[in-house]
Design a protein around this ligand. Structure first.
Ligand SMILES: [Fe+2]
Ligand SMILES: [Fe+2]
Length: 253
């Protein structure tokens, strides 16, 4: 999808939006995108909080606590950017009530509400930290909205660490739980991990692309994620599940 980009990266500040120096629909699109980002960070923090309750291994628990603090900070950064535009956290979350039920939020929802064992932590990390790194690194760092791009700089530095954790975990999980169990967990989590990128070619993403709030369509990012994950899955001696081609994705065989 080739979309003409109206605003260059980091060209818009809160004062431009508040003074009406951008198209009226820019505000609506930007706040919806940031509300979704903030909520994803918050649910990830809740998931790490759950994990802190069931992880007993000392080294893993220390990483979980560190990630938990960082995910809280990420959520806070994005909510603060929303507040600068006059949108309080509660109102931003209310605007996400319907989106929260969509397949694109299934992975963070599952981590926040259902994670119960160490293997869930591994899968959540693969589903949320790896995907988050791609979304933030590819899309938000280049955002036309400078405050979101600046938040992305800070978040990225920490997510690179979370992602490394995920990478090592997949190999360790095979040793600890056996390939069969990890393969089954992958089949269960992978569809929602890919769906986290959202539907391809939506009107909302078209607006995001034309305002320079995203630089790639969801489908391109999902593909990038799958190719990175495939390599990692194979390196760990696991099987990459075959997914249906259309959103929402499911496991084929
Ligand atoms: Fe994060
Ligand atoms: Fe993370």
């Amino acid at each position: 999808m080739a979309v003409r980009r109206e605003y260059p990266p980091r060209s818009i500040e809160a004062s431009d939006v508040l003074a009406g120096r951008v198209e009226p629909n820019y505000f609506k699109t930007l706040t919806r995108l940031m509300a979704a980002h903030a909520l994803a960070e918050k649910l990830t923090a809740q998931g790490y909080e759950r994990a802190a309750g069931f992880i007993t291994d000392g080294a893993t628990l220390a990483t979980v606590r560190k990630n938990l603090a960082e995910e809280h900070k990420h959520a806070h950064l994005v909510y603060a950017a929303l507040a600068e535009l006059g949108l309080a956290e509660a109102r931003a979350d209310r605007s996400m009530v319907t989106a929260l039920k969509a397949p694109s939020f299934a992975a963070p929802r599952r981590f926040a509400a259902q994670a119960a064992e160490p293997l869930d932590l591994v899968m959540a990390s693969v589903s949320l930290d790896m995907t988050g790194l791609i979304m933030i690194g590819v899309n938000y760092r280049e955002s036309s909205y400078a405050p979101h791009a600046r938040a992305a700089d800070i978040i990225l530095a920490e997510e690179e660490d979370h992602e490394l954790f995920a990478a090592g975990e997949l190999r360790d999980a095979v040793e600890q739980f056996g390939a069969e169990r990890v393969n089954a967990a992958l089949r269960s989590w992978l569809p929602s991990a890919v769906n986290f990128f959202g539907p391809p070619g939506s009107g909302f993403t078209f607006d995001c692309l034309s305002y320079g709030l995203k630089s790639r369509d969801n489908a391109e990012l999902a593909e990038l994620y799958l190719s990175l994950l495939q390599r990692r899955v194979e390196q760990a001696g696991l099987e990459m599940p075959e997914l249906s081609s259309e959103y929402p994705h499911f496991v084929m065989s």
